[in-house]
Ligand binder design. Structure first.
Ligand SMILES: Cc1cc2nc3c(=O)[nH]c(=O)nc-3n(C[C@H](O)[C@H](O)[C@H](O)COP(=O)(O)OP(=O)(O)OC[C@H]3O[C@@H](n4cnc5c(N)ncnc54)[C@H](O)[C@@H]3O)c2cc1C
Length: 374
């Protein structure tokens, strides 16, 4: 049994920031566990430069931010287990599968951490249509990992469903990798992401069909792979309009229809959850310390509501400070002062039309906080 001061699940910006901040404030024995072979969560797929303020790494590529955070965590002595998973909680113990054993076997390790931070991020929503399980239909994030991290094209001719920023950015990155993006399909009457990303795609001559959805995918390609995609116009109630179908030859369909928080581990604990539309689904109720309703368990980042990398990182900073406070490494007054500064930055990030919606959603979640149960 491994005793730990802090176990962080997830090495995305939220998890790495939690670990870094806790270590900087005196927490000693910290382990971060992540499913991926590379730490950084979504950041390592993001070869594009971020928007926003200088303070929040605007103009810097996500993957560079990930590398800098990893270096900082390691220099502070944080132990990072990659290719590993946190799979469950048993009374006061946590079960993790530690992979990467020299002989290729997997080892189940039980840990007894004094505190836990759940920073498991978000995942794509699935869209169902005839043929949605055909090989070659995948999440846009999976296609992005293939092309940006593993340097493999997910296919040659791609239909992208969704024109939010994920759909637009991934489409462009697929085009940069030499894939033919046949078209983008969007159910809303207009493009759902930033105009600047959409213009790059339109300038390259790729059509964007708004008020459309995918009607059917045929799998007559090699090994039953996608061979044809039929899209159709929809009315305001999402009904297909007969006679408006268009069929394209394609071998891949990528889905970018929004993200939802990954809440599996949160659900395994006795943590209160609340449904929040703007945040993408069920999220753990928490307070301004990023403390969940279970003693010793903190949450941060997309797990608490899908937003963006900088808010995830700042929430991780809050969690790290609060964990240092709970473990007696800093006083309540010191923790309050540090949290105040971070919250000012978080409030700054949640401004503007999109931000204000997220600020209201965060307030709504925190207002439900009933207190911590032992
Ligand atoms: C295509 C795309 C483009 C984006 N562009 C931008 C942008 O331009 N600017 C911006 O600010 N944000 C952007 N974002 C959003 C941003 O990347 C996320 O909001 C951010 O990464 C969330 O951080 P996180 O740490 O909460 O989660 P993640 O980065 O998702 O990290 C969570 C980690 O937890 C791990 N994990 C999950 N469950 C377990 C488990 N049981 N055991 C072990 N590990 C586990 C996962 O493997 C993952 O590494 C983009 C996202 C996408 C998908």
């Amino acid at each position: 049994m491994l005793s730990k001061d802090l176990l962080v699940v997830g090495a995305g910006p939220a998890g790495l920031a939690t670990a870094i901040q806790a270590a900087k404030n005196g927490v000693k024995d910290i382990t971060v566990v992540d499913l991926n072979m590379k730490p950084g969560g979504q950041l390592f797929k993001q070869i594009h430069k971020f928007f926003g303020s200088h303070e929040h790494r605007a103009g810097i590529r996500g993957m560079d931010t990930g590398a800098a955070m990893l270096e900082e965590a390691q220099s502070l002595g944080v132990d990072i287990w990659l290719n590993s998973a946190c799979v469950g909680f048993y009374d006061d113990k946590v079960a993790c599968i530690e992979q990467g054993q020299p002989d290729g076997t997997k080892k189940i390790v039980f840990m007894k951490p004094k505190t836990i931070a759940i920073c498991t991020g978000g995942q794509e929503n699935v869209v169902r249509f005839t043929g949605w399980t055909t090989p070659g239909v995948m999440g846009a994030g999976a296609a992005q990992t293939m092309v940006n991290v593993n340097k493999v094209q997910p296919g040659k001719k791609i239909v992208m469903l969704g024109t939010g920023n994920v759909g637009l950015i991934v489409s462009y990155q697929l085009m940069q990798s030499g894939c033919d993006v046949v078209c983008l399909v969007e159910a809303l009457p207009g493009i759902n992401g930033y105009g600047v990303h959409a213009s790059k795609i339109s300038r390259a001559g790729v059509p964007i069909y708004t008020k459309h959805t995918i009607k059917e995918v045929k799998g007559n390609g090699p090994n039953g792979r996608v061979s044809e995609v039929t899209i159709v116009e929809i009315d305001p109630k999402f009904n297909h309009i007969p006679g408006t179908e268009k069929t394209f030859e394609a071998d891949t369909v990528t889905l970018a229809a929004g993200l939802k928080p990954v809440s599996d581990l949160v659900k395994l604990q006795d943590i209160d959850l609340v449904f929040n539309g703007p945040f993408g689904g069920w999220v753990p109720v928490h307070n301004e310390k990023m403390q969940s309703t279970c003693k010793g368990i903190y949450v941060a980042g997309d797990t608490t509501g899908v937003e963006e990398a900088n808010t995830a990182l700042e929430e991780g900073n809050v969690a790290g400070v609060s964990i240092a406070e709970e473990l007696g490494c800093i006083t309540a007054a010191e923790a309050d002062a540090k949290r105040k500064e971070i919250w000012e930055r978080l409030d700054g990030l949640r401004m503007g039309p999109f931000g204000e919606r997220r600020a209201a959603a965060k307030k709504e979640v925190m207002e439900q906080f009933p207190g911590v149960r032992a």
